[in-house]
Ligand binder design. Structure first.
Ligand SMILES: Cc1ncc(COP(=O)(O)O)c(C=O)c1O
Length: 391
């Protein structure tokens, strides 16, 4: 519950900043303004803080600390663009790129890849089963020694499915050892155990506002300084010329502290999230519709996925209408449709699960953050029952 009594369960979209971080944030905002690239003492002091932030971030990742490079970006979207378009720039031209990705990838992965395909790149989107798990036979058939990059989300942002990246890595090593493996860990850091899953990443995307840090800051971690990548943003040559622009010292420090904090949460916290997840899964099966009796529920998130995300559809109910009605009752969750200015269309990722438009339009995404308590789930379930009753 938030300070204004709202139940906030849309944490896959954005999380509230850790309260401890808010206390540190004010003094940082006040004091950390000198330009970290300046050649005076104050600039140098901020540069040291950014180096510490880099070390702090790398300390929670299972990547080689001495070889890894962190490029601070404006968020996960820019980090994904840098990984994919920066790779294309490094290989020389789009027509030398041969990329493999999932149909369920985030738009900040799919859109740059489609942009490259329009410019001549070869793009293969893999099949998945109806739980969202990638078809590894399709991967083995698609990959070859021309493949230059593969990009997958560790945790898919709408349904929370976790990919078997260990198996993916071994297929890449066998069939295309020259290719880069880019993993989008935006929804994964601090939410699932990355100790084996992220080790195989050549490039790793992270975002501040999904881990109880600020929005507008993210990172692309490059696991080996020999990995070729070219910049998308040109200017003063900051960040080893990979991303020009004055560094956001405050955002970078705050994101690194958030990463450290979320990754330091213990198994008790993760059990607490699993308990809320189960409470929700069981509660939605008990909804009653006055006219039709029980409500048919289709749960799109498998239990083996991220415990932080539960996506489901109520048959006969529109997700966007339900989420709006819930928000009028002070309960904030996500819906499964993407709005553009002209139209509302069913989420392409949900359609890739094989859902009909109707079911995809019905999707509701509940996502947990570290601030949530079981009472939030109960209030959500109570609100949802009221919305179903009034529908
Ligand atoms: C899997 C995934 N990748 C990338 C992004 C984009 O991150 P940002 O909002 O920091 O640009 C998101 C945000 O929704 C996401 O869920």
């Amino acid at each position: 519950m938030t300070s204004d009594n709202t139940v906030y369960l849309d944490n896959a979209a954005s999380t509230p900043i850790f309260p401890e971080l808010i206390a540190q944030y004010g003094p940082l905002l006040r004091d950390a303004y000198p330009n970290a690239s300046a050649s005076h003492r104050a600039g140098y002091a901020n540069r040291r803080k950014i180096d510490d932030a880099r070390d702090r971030l790398l300390s929670v990742l299972p990547l080689p600390k001495d070889q890894s490079n962190v490029v601070w970006t404006s968020g996960g979207t820019e980090a994904n663009n840098l990984a994919l378009l920066g790779h294309a720039a490094a290989v020389g031209s789009a027509d030398r790129v041969s990329a493999i990705c999932s149909r369920m990838a985030h738009p900040s992965v799919l859109a740059p890849l489609r942009h490259l395909r329009d410019a001549g790149a070869h793009l293969r989107l893999l099949r998945n089963d109806n739980a969202g798990r990638l078809d590894l036979n399709d991967l083995a058939a698609a990959i070859d020694d021309n493949t230059t990059i593969l990009s997958f989300s560790l945790v898919q942002n709408e349904i929370g499915v976790i990919q078997d990246v260990v198996a993916i890595r071994s297929i890449v090593d066998r069939h295309a050892p020259q290719a880069l493996l880019h993993l989008d860990a935006t929804q994964a850091l601090g939410k699932i155990d990355l100790s084996t899953l992220a080790t195989g990443a050549d490039l790793l995307t992270l975002s501040g506002h999904k881990i109880h840090g600020p929005a507008g800051v993210g990172a692309l971690v490059i696991a080996d300084s020999n990995i070729p990548l070219k910049p998308l943003i040109f200017g003063g040559g900051q960040q080893r010329n990979l991303r020009s622009g004055s560094l956001d010292t405050v955002g970078i420090i705050a994101m690194s502290l958030a990463a450290e904090k979320i990754c330091g949460l213990d198994s008790q916290f993760h059990n607490h999230v699993r308990v809320m997840n189960q409470r929700l899964r069981s509660g939605i099966t008990k909804l009653v519709d006055r006219r039709r009796g029980s409500v048919a529920v289709v749960v799109h998130s498998i239990e083996a996925g991220s415990p932080f995300i539960v996506n489901f559809s109520l048959s006969g109910y529109q997700g966007a209408v339900v989420t709006r009605a819930l928000s009028e009752r002070g309960i904030i969750v996500g819906a499964g449709s993407a709005c553009s200015s002209e139209s509302v269309r069913a989420s392409p990722a949900l359609k890739a699960l094989g859902m009909s438009d109707n079911v995809a339009f019905g999707a509701i995404r509940v996502s947990f953050g570290s601030q949530n308590v079981p009472d939030d789930v109960d209030r959500f379930l109570g609100g949802l029952q009221d919305v179903v009753t009034d529908y």
